[in-house]
Design a protein around this ligand. Sequence first.
Ligand SMILES: [Zn+2]
Length: 359
Amino acid sequence: MKVNPSEVCSAYIQKQVKVNTNKNINRMTVKSADIFQHKFPNTNLGFCKGFTKGLMKTKLIIEQHIHGCFGVDFNKAGVNDLLSVSQELLPRGIGGFFPTLVTDSIDNLKRQIGVINEAAQKQSGACAKILGIHLEGNFINPEKKGIHNPKHFLELTKENYSKLDDDFIKIVTLAPELDINLIDYLKTKNVKVQAGHCTGGDLSKCDGVTHLFNAMSGISHRGNSTSVSALVNDNLYTEVIADGVHLSDDILNLTFRTKPEDKIILISDALPVTHSNIKETYFADEKIYYDGVKATSKDGTLAGSTTLVPDIVKILGQKNMFKPKYVENVYDYHKLDIDGSIEWDNNFNIISVSTKYKP
Ligand SMILES: [Zn+2]
């Protein structure tokens, strides 16, 4: 079936379907009487292949670590950019996201925190909901800086954090081994503290770990290691970039065998070039080159992924390594709920995305 890609976002099929009632009253729950199916915008990925009966159903995807996509950089975006990204994400199965800010000047971060807040307030109807901000920056270890610009790094103090403090910041990635008095303060605000871009092995004050194995000390049989602590501590949630580029299949196997199934969170760490035609751009003050598979700085440092989590589900699924819990644990982590579901075919293509929102 041929479909004009410019039409598919706005096209929809209405269906009157009974809704699963969510009984967990402690959660931020959206309920609905009707469910609408959103057409997947990429006609190569299944939706238009003939409505094969779905073999797997999952909740909507929540992206808790995403720097941008479709050419939009959340460190630079305007309110309308965020609104348009959120509308594009929903038909791809993404029901919510935490725009993630990379290390930047305090002025730029404050501006973008304001922009994201404003965009979240203006959202309505069929779009991926902006659920909060993930701050991945400024409080990390220069030894594991990755693509981040160390010029903006700050000591991990409550006083430094107060320069950009905002209630919409829900996740902070930081280097726990450098903490002075920041983690205790973040705890008082119920901000999720995630160890990342770090070397320390004491993760006792952390809720989770940011992109396990990437930009942290790796497996070692002596001394401190963030990765080893993350693997053996059953209470810690671990973000995983399973895009086929950031982690080998052996490491994924090790992670999935070691961690409790309910502590894995698939993330994309998507860069602004994701799902765009951009081959070169600036991200985190660094020139980034995208070769169609991976995006790196000139010296080859990986800058983030060029996939979205639904793409990663397909990559993992085809390796027989995917479990629905890996995209559903994020709901428990943040104690939230979004009504809606995704149906996938046997090749892990999205067949349909159902929500209460009329496209
Ligand atoms: Zn990131």
